[in-house]
Design a protein around this ligand. Sequence first.
Ligand code: BDP
Length: 610
Amino acid sequence: MLAYSMLYPTVTLTRRVVSMDGMWKFALDEKSEGEAQRYVEGFPGKDMIPVPASFQDFYTEKEIREYTGDMWYEKDMFVPGEWEGKDVIIRFAAATHRAEVFVNGIKVAAHEGGFLPFCAKVTDVVRYNAYNKVVVKVNNELTVTNIPCGETITLSNGRKMAKPYFDFYNYSGLQRSVHLMAVPKESVHDIDLAYELNGGDAKISYRIKTTGEHPVQVKLFDEDGKETASAKGKEGVLEVKAAHLWEVHAAYLYKLSVRIMDDAEIVDEYEQQIGIRTVEVKGTSILLNGKPIYLKGFGKHEDSDIVGRGFNMGIMKRDFELMKWIGANSFRTSHYPYSEEIYQMADREGFLIIDEVPAVGLFESLMNFMEASTGKQTAFFEKETTPVLLKAHLKAVEEMITRDKNHPSVIAWSLLNEPETTSDAAVPYFKEIFDCAIELDPQKRPRTFALVMNSVPGVCKCYQFSDIIALNRYYGWYVKGGNEICDAEKMFREEMDAWKALNLDKPFIFSEYGADTLGSEHKLPSVMWSQEYQKEYLDMTHGVFDSYDFVKGEQIWNFADFQTTEGIMRVNGNKKGVFTRQRQPKDAAYLLKDRWTKIPLDYKKEKDSF
Ligand code: BDP
């Protein structure tokens, strides 16, 4: 069990939440002198930076944008006197990639991993009815002992530089919201829910973890605020007659209220929106509420101009509007768990999410999409440091599942993206990760990972762990592009035939496919990088998808153009977006809209066998 609660901060009868978002003092610490100079009590300088945001794209100096190392954030926080007697907690929705937190000069928390929340309990160090100094040391170096993987090199001018083994910019800092909360000392810590449908009725099995011994009361309210079911005890069942199910693009959200009671007194109250639905894999079908579904949508990134990977509410809203417009029903949170507000919106809008842990770069190459296309085999899981990496990976899986398990939108866990799968050492590593996920998830959702180009039948030693086989495939882009596209199609079909021959009786989805395309380029006849070629590529690829009945989903790479490390393979970022980084359509968007609005949710339902 995690030391702190992952529950999203909410105000209830017993809980208080104050946002700490806004301008924070900011300083880089190139020589890592901050600690020795007691930065933990407050540091010199006047530079201010917004939170949430990545720090990089605000600045005009390249050495700041590319800065790798320690950086410091500082803010004064007022703690109200009426909170005395409760636990006072600072909650960081994310600090990328690691952080140490100090309040009034005292260390109160440390966390590794840049995309999941952590809390600092500061009850015993704060002064009430007074300002308290919060100082956070953030570090954005990449290593092979934490996810996402990469290296940190030192240039000849003495500066450190991040070298990701993955294809997105190493945006970092306090990229998500910070909250100050007051929570009762005896409180709701965690909530497990699992669903069973029976005719029109539903059973919700629940388990509540609290930090004390007082009894628990659970109630369910419908969208009109009417009480629909109730139960007593830390574990039990809520019986919902004539349940409104949560469906794709027709989400119904109930409110779950959990109270810890001391006779008539409410010790703690926590409320959360939930949706009643089941998810399972049966044969080659993915079933939602017992009915087959076909996934249409995207691999995405949290990425936009100026704020980088910082959570941006406006971008979130625009992205959902575009996804509805184009006829999508799903997305993968490639390559890290996203901001919690995005899952809340997906719950509300009825979108399906494949939730991905930040396990990317477990393949030793900056351009694994290129090297894997050559059939190159590497041995990533045979390093001396692999056990340390595994520990960090397991912890991230635990944090992600604990954080996201009650979102109806989350239908599957993606446990790695494009790892090396060709050596025997990968097998026990995968086993631990996949076992951990099924054990932690009360709903036993399907598990998957995205297979890189060289993970093919006969070579890949790990696909059997997946409940849904997810392929990242770039035939016609990294392999046999342009005028050779007929050969790309031939190779693609040969691979698909090889999968078919294995008779796995599992659903396949394409978790990535796409072609870089410049929003500015038109060319008749087409050339690679032109809008015309993106469409030709898609027509060929979709034709292959449509010929195999066990293919139950397509999530194109990528929703929008996004920032990467600079290099000869990238033109100020990856341009495989269906939309530009400014969220305007390329021509391919209209092709996809046409296709996806025609494909029914239960596409290929009759043909769910090989
Ligand atoms: C795959 C990765 C993804 C890349 C993509 C690409 O999973 O992160 O951005 O290919 O090459 O290797 O565009």
